[in-house]
Design a protein around this ligand. Structure first.
Ligand code: PLP
Length: 447
């Protein structure tokens, strides 16, 4: 009864992000009521394994009292302090220092946002400021990768390269350019890592030359493309792209909103790639989803250029809730949990997840399995040789999602017939095995 009336209120008043408004009105809402560890409960009393950590964010898992206590203590002491002008509070300062210490290379300067989209948007503004400060204001063109996702602010949505975020919104703008995705499973050049990497390097070089090397401001990369369907680049691809940017003096931005904070094994995926980006964006696992927060990390040379360029003037970019002390206190506690065993557990559970999902390759519907650590995807096809995707009218993503839900499993079901996995790092072996077993059950029901 309670959930019925809630469902009706939801239908009437709540606009859901990235949903078909009309489709949602028909289907209604699924309401979550609680969570503990890697499991959540819904309003119908089901217990589900959250194979997607909310929205790739609850890396630490649900129900950590120490995180709740960190937030409560900060709220009691000082619920808000602006970071504007010369003001500040202890928690964001300590968090900035902790991130700088752990991030690769000289990514020593941290700007806090409320999430990933505004972190990406902030990089666009900082990068423009940087090139103005360097006396090259004509460097105002941005390049990203097809199938990439970089949030949905007005400017960031144009770096995002998924049509659903453009159609009807008038983005991307003419200063936003794309190169093809590596997408190994469906790359027309095949799946040879070197061939694919060489082709991407050649394409980015040609794009920079076509735009004009003195016009290109920055290139954006997700170390693993998340919302595009968990697309893992070949080993060495990220480094090759980073090196090419260095050759042209183009700023290289690693968007680690999903891959950061243990999702792929190390604290940051860039550490696996052995690269130092000029700027890095993070969010999600930073606070493990308990409260909103994102962060932009910038290298010394980016910070120094902006600082010298501005001189005594204020750099006019800020949000009321930048460096929110409650979010920072939560992030500090989450970081302590990661380093107190969660990262290690995530690495162990991640190896089990990858091996478990690999074992699904014998299923007639499984065309591809890919991933790294606690980030993975299973791509479904109706014909393995022809790699024919599931026809959306026959198996819409919502139906696959519903079927998994009924089996007690939350996964992301992408429209192309791809299941995405990003479970909390605290998963037990048994929970990982259940994720795999429940997926097989869903596939059997889908045959
Ligand atoms: N960048 C990447 C790589 C993301 O995956 C996301 C969100 O999924 C964003 C940016 C946007 O983050 P947010 O949803 O916190 O605004």
């Amino acid at each position: 009864m309670l959930s019925n009336s809630l469902a009706e209120l939801d239908r009437r008043h709540l606009i859901h992000p990235v949903s078909s408004f009309r489709g949602h009105e028909q289907r209604g809402v699924r309401i979550l009521t609680g969570g503990q560890g890697a499991t959540v409960t819904d309003s119908e009393g089901r217990s589900l394994i959250d194979g997607f950590a909310g929205l790739w964010c609850v890396n630490a898992g649900y129900g950590h009292e120490s995180i709740v206590e960190a937030a409560a203590e900060q709220m009691r002491k000082l619920p808000y302090a602006t970071g504007y002008f010369d003001l500040g509070a202890e928690a964001p300062i300590r968090l900035a220092a902790a991130l700088a210490e752990r991030a690769p290379g000289d990514l020593n300067h941290v700007y806090f946002t409320l999430g990933g989209s505004d972190a990406v948007d902030s990089t666009i503004r900082f990068i423009r400021y940087y090139w103005h400060a360097k006396g090259q204001p004509g460097r105002d063109q941005f390049i990203s990768v097809a199938n990439g996702y970089h949030g949905s602010t007005t400017m960031g949505a144009g770096l995002t390269a998924l049509p659903g975020f453009h159609d009807g919104f008038g983005v991307p703008y003419d200063w936003q350019h794309k190169i093809s995705s590596h997408y190994l499973y469906r790359n027309p050049l095949g799946s040879d890592p070197q061939v694919v990497t060489d082709a991407s390097v050649a394409e980015l070089r040609a794009k920079i030359e076509a735009i004009g090397p003195d016009r290109v401001a920055a290139f954006y990369v997700e170390p693993i493309q998340g919302s595009g369907g968990v697309l893992v680049p070949p080993q060495g691809w990220v480094k090759a792209m980073r090196d090419l940017c260095a050759e042209y003096g183009v700023l290289f931005v690693a968007d680690e909103v999903i891959t950061g904070f243990g999702r792929t094994g190390p604290l940051f995926a860039c550490q696996d790639e052995g690269i130092v980006p000029d700027l890095m964006t993070t969010a999600k696992g930073l606070t493990s989803g308990y409260v909103p927060m994102g962060a932009v990390l910038m290298r010394d040379h980016v910070y120094e250029t902006i600082a010298d360029g501005a001189g005594a003037k204020a750099v006019g970019h800020g949000f009321t809730y930048s460096a929110h002390p409650v979010s920072a206190a939560v992030a500090l506690e989450v970081l302590a949990l990661y380093e107190g065993g969660l990262l290690e557990n995530g690495r162990r559970a991640g190896a089990r997840l990858q091996a478990g999902l690999e074992s699904l390759r014998d299923h007639p519907l499984v065309g591809d399995v890919r991933g790294r650590g606690m980030l993975a995807a299973v791509e479904l096809v109706v014909d393995k040789d022809a790699k024919t995707p599931l026809p959306p009218e026959v198996q819409p993503a919502t139906r696959l999602f519903d079927r998994a839900w009924e089996q007690g499993l939350v996964v992301r079901s992408f429209a192309q017939g791809i299941f995405g996995y990003a479970p909390p790092l605290c998963c037990t072996d048994e929970q990982i095995d259940q994720i795999v077993a429940r997926t097989r059950k869903v596939l059997d029901l889908t045959l």
